[in-house]
Design a protein around this ligand. Structure first.
Ligand code: NAP
Length: 225
């Protein structure tokens, strides 16, 4: 199935955690990293998140810089990338920034068999793909069919893992903050059920960039098996 170029971006601590054990969206990024993430979002046609991140962290998923927005428009793109959620049922918190942020295409993927009568958010394009779970390959094919060529995945660990396990990720970018959170239950870049050693997702040699705040940006291409 045709799909967009897919890249994951996360901010993690040195011990690999993308949040504290409290799972309240702890700040990990620095200002310099925030600028990098804004540029990455501005390069994407859509930004994808899992439902728990959508619900608990309530991210904006928008490009903030006026000059980056102007560059998108000059390239003939919409000012903001599409905001895309993956969920197991048709339900969103009514106050979600996902819904109320600056105008953008808003897309929600859910498994088949949802009751659309009870979903009061008309601007959201809903696609039912897969039985029981969203078929992520089919969801990406839907995005490709609607002209999205570059998609940024912004977590969380469950969604990242499923996409990696299915071989649907081309690149992983990681801001490694000089912090340690610890906590066996704190989320990581890739959670889910985990993989056996011989099924590990293999990455190429990283591009490494040191930021003045002590953080490191690592950019890996995923080796397709
Ligand atoms: N530091 C960072 O860069 C960063 C970025 C993002 C998130 N985070 C953190 O990550 C944590 C959240 O991660 P998480 O692993 O708990 O959740 P998540 O990956 O954000 O969302 C998982 C949920 O997404 C839905 N989902 C994912 N794949 C699906 C599929 N194939 N079919 C149907 N539904 C699917 C399900 O939602 P439902 O069953 O609920 O509908 C599932 O429970 C939070 O602590 C957040 O702050 C950190």
């Amino acid at each position: 199935m045709a799909r967009p170029y897919v890249f994951i971006n996360v901010a993690a601590t040195v011990d690999g955690k993308i949040d504290t054990r409290d799972r309240r969206g702890a700040a990990i990024s620095s200002q310099a990293d925030g600028d990098r993430v804004d540029r990455l979002r501005a390069s994407a046609d859509g930004v994808v998140v899992g439902h728990r991140t959508l619900h608990d962290e309530d991210p904006r998923l928008t490009v903030k810089s006026d000059s980056l927005i102007a560059e998108r428009v000059a390239r003939g793109e919409p000012p903001q990338p599409a905001r895309i959620g993956i969920a197991s049922r048709l339900s969103l918190r009514p106050d979600a920034r996902f819904l109320s942020g600056p105008p953008a295409r808003i897309i929600l993927f859910v498994p088949s068999g949802q009751d659309r009568q009870t979903f009061p958010h008309p601007p959201v394009e809903v696609f039912e793909v897969g039985r029981g779970r969203v078929d992520l390959a089919a969801a990406l094919a839907v995005l490709a069919g609607r002209g999205l060529r570059r998609v940024m995945v912004e977590g969380g660990g469950t969604l990242n893992f499923e996409l990696l396990r299915l071989g649907l990720v081309d690149e992983v970018q990681l801001y490694l903050a000089p912090l340690i959170f610890g906590g066996a239950c704190a989320p990581t870049l890739a959670d889910g059920d985990g993989l056996a050693r011989d099924a590990a997702v293999r990455l190429g040699a990283p591009e490494v960039e040191s930021l003045p705040d002590g953080g490191i940006v690592l950019r890996y291409k995923v080796e397709q098996s």
